[in-house]
Design a protein around this ligand. Sequence first.
Ligand SMILES: NC(=O)c1ccc[n+]([C@@H]2O[C@H](COP(=O)([O-])OP(=O)(O)OC[C@H]3O[C@@H](n4cnc5c(N)ncnc54)[C@H](O)[C@@H]3O)[C@@H](O)[C@H]2O)c1
Ligand SMILES: O=C(O)C[C@H](O)C(=O)O
Length: 320
Amino acid sequence: MARNKIALIGAGMIGGTLAHLVGLKELGDAVLFDIAADPAKGKSLDLMQSGTVEGFDSDLKGTDDYADIAGADVCIVTAGVPRKPGMSRDDLLEINLKVMKAVGEGIKTHAPDAFVICITNPLDAMVWALREFSGLPHEKVVGMAGVLDSARFRLFLAQEFNVSVEDVTAFVLGGHGDTMVPVLEYSTVAGIPVPDLIKMGWSTQEKMDAIVDRTRKGGGEIVGLLGNGSAYYAPASSAIAMADSYLKDKRRLLPAAAWLSGEYGESGMYVGVPIVIGQNGVEKIVEIDLGDEAKKNFGVSVDAVKELMDACKKLDGSLG
Ligand SMILES: NC(=O)c1ccc[n+]([C@@H]2O[C@H](COP(=O)([O-])OP(=O)(O)OC[C@H]3O[C@@H](n4cnc5c(N)ncnc54)[C@H](O)[C@@H]3O)[C@@H](O)[C@H]2O)c1
Ligand SMILES: O=C(O)C[C@H](O)C(=O)O
């Protein structure tokens, strides 16, 4: 049986970490595509040499030739630039939109059957633009952010309740920006809803509010500490969880930016919602019943994404 082929478009900090996880988890072979070919080739060699020690046989190839991604089962897109301290993700829009055009056309020509996971920021507008430029079916193009934001939310909740992260479930919905919506009423410890845990005296609403706030600012906290670039370990793990669900038809229910056509009262846009990922890509969009506050916050977040889409349309007439 042929191995899976995973194309990593962008071989920077997340791209390299993705390639390492592909090897360590024996998910298949990977192509590391980057406009900077030599660093991509160097990273690939270094990673394959780590495979000698770790005992994985993935073929990892660095390249700047789109022809090398032909036949990819999955493309994970991190090409572009990350933010620096003091910047918002939205400040990356103009430069990364141009990158999405080149990447979308490359995927359209060379890997039109792939399941595409976009990571590049500002995420919801970039995955929308990437889908437009690539012309791939909407159910085969998704954005990674919700798994990462929810992972942060789960970690902070696990630390507050002093329990294993394994037992904490939580959703962050909406756009991947300052308006994202961590949903406390759907967060649980081993199935016990967080609001019930507060009633039981395990924590307080004030502490939960602080955790929600820290989650919303979770990317910026790391950008500030790193000083030059943004998070990459957790983003890579999050995208691999999505790729794994697709490749193994696991049908995991994960929050991700997906194309809406009527769900949550919205159409013609990408935003973070719970989806089931299986062999066909987005198998289902799950419409959970949001409380009044979460619904209002989700609306604010949707409007913020729409503003970014409008900005993209002004910058590139073909998106009109
Ligand atoms: N969605 C999320 O949750 C999330 C999380 C973390 C980072 N990000 C975003 O992911 C992106 C990548 O982050 P990173 O830390 O890997 O950055 P990085 O700078 O380390 O890597 C980006 C790579 O893209 C390459 N590149 C630039 N233009 C290209 C093009 N036209 N074609 C191919 N490659 C190109 C660069 O040479 C570089 O190697 C950033 O936009 C960042 O904001 C998103
Ligand atoms: O914060 C960033 O700029 C990177 C990413 O979106 C994150 O949330 O870590």
